[in-house]
Design a protein around this ligand. Structure first.
Ligand SMILES: [Zn+2]
Length: 259
């Protein structure tokens, strides 16, 4: 089988571009849908950043969450994960916040999940008992010793999101399959997983915050333009300055409206 060719642009985006006025970077417009083969790895990369930024402390592998012949493995797995969490609470332990992705076992023997956890440490024996009672398989829990990129890579490897470079599409990844297994989602998370200093964030906000943090809060000002006008806008220093000021004024206005 021929590996799918990497797409150089989103097939559903408009012909317009997005310009970042400070750096002069130009990006093609994209549809941002996870159903799109070009946009899915980019969305997954953003989500990876958000997961990393949420500061997970442990990795949990939950096995046997659904059987091979299950018609809706995602629904079954979500129910089982819910039961594992409930069992932990009944055993007097707070499960903490979880973000997890369901994956197919390599030998086609059912489905497991990779979970990133923040909160109280869960002893292996307690987790094991909670899984047995939920009808799940043998779990593993490990603390994350090195904070950073690779933790989210672990969670979303099925989406071709490992590495933070602009490797937009990995020919060997099975991103579409991963999305299908997870019923159209890149990951599932408990309500408080995406939070900064205890304040729960919407996942999109968290992605934006994570991206800003990764870029060390460099100033950014985005505008949309037609592809043909991008070069002339960037070459015109006065126009560029004026547009930058306008964008900044607008974001200050938005901030005022929110406060
Ligand atoms: Zn797209």
């Amino acid at each position: 089988m021929e590996p799918p060719k990497a797409l150089s642009a989103c097939p559903y985006g408009s012909k317009r571009v997005v310009i970042e006025l400070y750096s002069g970077s130009v990006y093609p417009d994209r549809c941002r849908s996870s159903q799109c083969p070009y946009c899915l790895p980019l969305n997954a990369r953003r989500r990876c950043l958000a997961i990393t930024y949420a500061g997970p402390q442990r990795m949990i592998r939950l096995s046997l969450l659904a059987g091979e012949s299950d018609e809706n493995p995602c629904a079954t797995a979500l129910t089982r994960v819910g039961l594992v969490r409930r069992n932990l609470k009944r055993m007097g332990l707070e499960p903490g916040e979880w973000s997890f992705t369901i994956e197919k076992n390599p030998k086609e023997t059912g489905f497991h999940a990779h979970c990133l956890q923040r909160g109280t440490s869960i002893p292996q024996a307690v987790l094991q008992e909670a899984c047995v009672r939920a009808g799940a398989g043998f779990p593993y829990i490990n603390s994350i010793k090195r904070q950073g990129i690779w933790t989210s890579r672990y969670g979303l490897k099925g989406f071709g999101a490992d590495g933070y470079g602009l490797k937009a599409f990995r020919p060997n990844g099975d991103a579409r399959e991963a999305l299908r297994i997870n019923n159209g989602r890149m990951e599932h998370h408990s309500r408080g997983f995406f939070a900064i200093d205890g304040t729960v964030m919407r996942v999109r906000e968290m992605e934006r915050e994570a991206l800003a943090a990764m870029n060390e809060y460099k100033r950014v000002a985005y505008i949309g333009a037609s592809a043909s006008s991008a070069a002339s806008i960037l070459a015109d220093t006065r126009l560029r300055d004026r547009l930058t000021k306008e964008v900044n004024r607008r974001s200050v206005g938005k901030l005022r409206a929110m406060v």
